[in-house]
Design a protein around this ligand. Structure first.
Ligand code: NAD
Ligand code: TYD
Length: 353
């Protein structure tokens, strides 16, 4: 394994993975293959752009010809697939691109893996394919019971990967990660959304009662887990990657306000996301048996993340002033107006335990 095609490598997790792998493996070449959707951003890779071991191809994973050309040109032996439409709320507004990229795009990459006889295809998936788990923790052999269009599309991708292993013996690996936080996360996911809103003294729109729990983990812990699964995982294997603790959204919101020295009154409870999964939790003993451990507690991960957004306004301010404004109004305009109109008498803290 030497020449890796990192599909979706200009996004949040992919760009962190590329940076980590270049630092870790002096003899690897990393070719980022990314169509640069609204979340794909070459600024995420600004600091590695001059590295001779790095190359960038702007193309769509649904384009079989472009995938084949990249594999040939760069003598690719391994694909790590981060490419996806990735935001649950956008999948609720319109699922079209999700089904295309997260299902059909995975099929195209699998066909290429088969045709070129690649050494490995690692598919980066999510804990959301298991659906919500109200108690306990999801294990890799649990049923896939996705509940959002995003999760269902990702589950479709996972099932294709599995089928190509069973049917054609492809050397595939699937990882299923919990919620990532850290540098370069597009500020529509809850943690960077809340941090950047709080910096500007804007409301933090918390869905429902805010008691939903997520296994928030530092992005580089996830990336390290993906690398361990890639190096030591069994062909056909599935590996969960997540922290040992889950955190309620309201606890996360209060902690980040405390870190920024902002008042809890910025939290505004707004009406809930439809089909909102109450809780995710992961049993990661399979990956731990290969030597992986989470490197950060939730508090450490949140602190590093808050510090990065405070120090890197150059990165997120241009994003928040672009197309983002239209999405924000669509997603939050009515929610925030209704929150203001219907329950103005309730201060934060009186509404939640
Ligand atoms: P992201 O949206 O930040 O990055 C996705 C990247 O894929 C973008 O650069 C985008 O331009 C690119 N892309 C989208 N469609 C493409 C296409 N058709 N062809 C080529 N490139 C395309 O997402 P992320 O948060 O970095 O997540 C990366 C992967 O990890 C996704 O597969 C996601 O499902 C999975 N995942 C994310 C999390 C999380 O907390 N963010 C947790 C577990 C798993
Ligand atoms: P998100 O970052 O969208 O990740 P996912 O839905 O994939 O887990 O949301 C994380 C949690 O935060 C989830 O429980 C929904 C909640 N949330 C809010 O309360 N307000 C928001 O504005 C957003 C985007 C999410």
């Amino acid at each position: 394994m030497r020449n890796l095609l990192i599909t979706g490598g200009a996004g949040f997790i992919g760009s962190n993975f590329v940076r980590m792998m270049l630092a870790k493996y002096p003899d690897y070449r990393l070719v980022v293959f990314d169509k640069l959707n609204y979340r794909g951003n070459l600024q995420n890779l600004r600091d590695v752009a001059g590295d001779p071991r790095y190359a960038f191809v702007r193309a769509d994973i649904c384009d079989a010809q472009a995938v084949a050309n990249a594999i040939r040109e760069y003598q690719i032996d391994t694909i790590v697939n981060f490419a996806a439409e990735s935001h649950v709320d956008r999948s609720i507004l319109d699922a079209d691109a999700f089904v295309r990229t997260d299902v059909y795009g995975v099929y195209v990459l699998l066909e290429a893996t088969k045709d070129f006889g690649l050494e490995r295809f690692l598919h980066v998936s999510t804990d959301e394919v298991y659906g919500e788990v109200l108690t306990g923790a999801s294990r890799e052999e649990d049923a896939l019971e996705p509940r959002s269009p995003y999760a269902a599309s990702k589950a479709g991708g996972d099932l294709l990967v599995r089928a190509y292993h069973v049917t054609y013996g492809l050397p595939v690996i699937i990882t299923r990660g919990g919620n990532n936080i850290g540098p370069y996360q597009y500020p529509e996911n809850v943690v960077p959304l809340f941090i950047t809103n709080a910096i500007d003294d804007q409301p933090l729109p918390l869905y429902g009662d805010g008691l939903q729990e997520r296994p928030y983990q530092y992005v580089l812990d996830h990336c390290e887990g993906i690398d361990i699964a890639l190096q030591r995982g069994q062909p056909g294997g599935v590996y969960n990657i997540g922290p040992d603790e889950q955190v309620a959204n309201i606890v996360m919101a209060r902690k980040l306000l405390d870190l920024l020295g902002k008042p809890h009154s910025l939290i505004v409870h707004v009406f809930d996301r439809p089909g909102h999964d109450r809780r995710y939790a992961l049993d990661c003993s399979r990956l731990k048996a290969l030597g992986w451990r989470p490197g950060h507690t939730f508090d450490q991960a949140l602190e590093k993340t808050v510090r990065w957004y405070v120090d890197n306004e150059w990165w997120w301010r241009p994003i928040k002033s672009g197309e983002y404004r239209a999405y924000y109004e669509k997603q939050y305009g009515e929610r925030l107006r209704l929150a203001g109109q219907t329950r103005p008498e309730l201060a934060e803290g009186e509404r939640t335990p």
